[in-house]
Structure formats: structure tokens, C-alpha cells
Write a protein that binds this ligand. Structure first.
Ligand code: ATP
Length: 282
């Protein structure tokens, strides 16, 4: 089953999906995330595999936090737990004080693969979530217009996914997530498959969306430069079992232009993170 279908089906199953579209959430809802004592064990044959151990992380409303760490340290598992797609073995996740018990419209997911519905146009993909929630066609049109504009896809509204470039498809995926009015965007290596130039453009586009929509973003990447450029805070995880090793506040200017990449603070952070992660990969 594709990840998009998995998310949508679980949302449909979940009582939280019944929450009516709330413009307040789309345009400045809160969105603080509280991750408390999360542990996760997977049953693997006769043994269990300890994927996450004692994860505590508090993320403020409208904060942009990125998780980096070696392959297999549990980044995706943690994000899936926050999304409500995976159940934690121990601990709790709350969004604005509400316990996460499954996927909900308050949390939008964007993955690495292009998880669009290939049989729907760009506009229909964006309107899919609102339609599922029974939002009227007029209101749906207003929502899709807004996110087509914000993601600069207006002239591609009637195209099908296969007629789009990789960067455009990821912009549609972001627009589709935003169309549900989430307080929180959960992004698992969303730009991992893009070429270098498109990736840089997408990072700037995402910061633009984040500033306009005031969503909280929890982002995963292997790309240290991407983590520094985007984030207000970087959380480094280690493996065996997956745990938080260190947190770095990113004290770069709020306006992230390409010059920021040459900023001494950027270069210092890159050196520190590279050294820490190199050591962990060895
Ligand atoms: N359903 C599952 N059953 C058993 N083990 C799992 C399952 N899902 C994940 N794991 C294991 O848990 C660990 C963490 O996986 P996860 O995908 O969260 O890591 P990650 O840090 O996101 O890795 P990557 O950076 O390579 O994407 C891995 O060792 C993985 O094999």
C-alpha cells in the first residue's frame, strides 16, 4: 500500500479525522509537540529489537526542528509515532496537550517518495483531504487556490503527477498536507530524491510556506547543510538504541538567504555536526 493511501485510510478510520476543517489551524493555530519518555521495541522473530529509548523532546508552536542521525537510529520511527502511524511501546506524544492516539488532521505528513494519487490532478490531490472531511466544493476550491498560490503551482492545477518534475510533485505533496489545515508538518526526508539545485529551491519555498502558515515543522534529513539552513534547532540522534545525543540551537539570522550558507555560525555548526555524525557512523 502506498504511504499516501496508508495515511488517508488510517485518517478515515480515526475519529480525529472527523474534526472539521479549521481555518484557525491553517492560519496560525498553535502546534506545540510534547514527546515524553518514548520507547519503541519491534518484535523480530523470537527476539525484540529496541529501536528507541527514552526520547524526550519539547517543540514549541511554530518552531522548526530538524532531526539528524545515522541510518537506522530511529528518526522515521519517531516521526511515525508523532504522526500516529506507529504505536510507541512506552511514553506519550501530545500536540497542544491532546494525546496522540492515531493519525489526525492536526498533523500533516510529507515523505521522500512522491506519494500523490496518480489518477488525480494537482488540484484534486490538494482537495482530497478536505473532500474526505465533507467540505463543500466552494470551500475546497478556495483552499486549493490558496495552496496552489503559496506553492507557486497555479498554472499546473490541471496536470497529472506524471506530467510534473520531482520538485513540483513535492510542492504538491506539501500543498496537499497544508490543505488539511494541520498545526504540525511532519517531513521525512522530503527533498532526499531531488537534484541539488531543486533541493535548494524547495528549501527556500518551504521556509516561505512555514513563515506564511505558522505551522510547526518536525523535519528529518541526512543533509547537514539542509538541517542548518532550515532549522531553529537541530536534534542529533544516535543508534543502538535510538536516543537523543545532543541539541543545537541555530542562531543564524531569521531571514535565510543563500548568503547564510557562508555565515561563520553556519560553518561552525556544520563542522561540529559533521564531526559528531562521522564519529557515530564509524
Ligand atoms: N516494522 C519494523 N519491524 C522491525 N524493525 C523495524 C521496523 N521499523 C523499523 N525497524 C528498525 O528500527 C530501526 C530504526 O528504523 P528507522 O527507519 O526509524 O531509522 P532511520 O533513522 O529513519 O533510518 P534511515 O535514516 O536509514 O531512514 C532500524 O534498525 C529498523 O530496521
Amino acid at each position: 500500500m502506498s504511504k499516501a493511501i496508508e495515511v488517508v485510510e488510517k485518517m478515515a478510520d480515526n475519529a480525529q479525522a472527523a474534526i472539521k476543517y479549521d481555518k484557525g489551524a491553517a492560519s496560525g493555530g498553535l502546534g506545540s509537540i510534547s514527546i515524553q519518555g518514548i520507547g519503541k521495541s519491534f518484535a523480530t522473530g523470537k527476539t525484540t529489537f529496541r529501536a528507541l529509548e527514552n526520547i524526550d523532546l519539547e517543540i514549541g508552536a511554530n518552531e522548526f526542528v530538524t532531526i539528524v542521525g545515522p541510518s537506522g537510529c530511529g528518526k522515521s520511527t519517531l516521526l511515525r509515532i508523532v504522526a500516529g502511524l506507529e504505536e510507541a511501546s512506552e511514553g506519550d506524544v501530545g500536540v497542544d496537550g491532546d494525546l496522540v492516539v492515531g493519525p489526525g488532521a492536526d498533523r500533516g505528513m510529507v515523505f521522500q517518495g512522491y506519494t500523490l494519487f496518480p489518477w488525480l490532478t494537482v488540484r484534486q490531490n490538494i482537495e482530497y483531504g478536505p473532500k474526505l472531511k465533507g467540505i463543500s466544493i466552494l470551500e475546497r476550491r478556495a483552499i486549493s487556490n490558496r495552496y496552489l498560490r503559496i506553492t507557486r503551482l497555479e498554472s499546473f492545477a490541471n496536470r497529472f503527477p506524471k506530467q510534473l518534475s520531482g520538485g513540483m510533485k513535492q510542492r504538491v505533496a506539501i500543498a496537499r498536507a497544508l490543505a488539511n489545515g494541520p498545526k504540525v508538518l511532519l517531513m521525512d526526508e522530503p527533498f532526499g530524491a531531488l537534484d541539488a539545485q531543486t533541493k535548494l529551491e524547495m528549501q527556500e519555498a518551504l521556509l516561505d510556506v512555514w513563515e506564511k502558515e505558522k505551522t510547526t515543522v518536525l523535519f528529518i534529513t541526512h543533509d547537514i547543510d539542509e538541517a542548518i539552513f532550515l532549522s531553529q534547532r537541530i536534534v542529533v540522534m544516535g543508534a543502538g538504541p535510538g536516543r537523543i545525543l545532543k541539541e543545537y540551537p541555530v542562531t543564524l539570522p531569521a531571514e535565510r538567504t543563500s548568503e547564510v550558507r557562508e555565515h561563520p555560525e553556519f560553518l561552525k555548526l556544520r563542522r561540529e555536526l559533521t564531526a559528531l555524525l562521522k564519529h557515530k557512523e564509524e
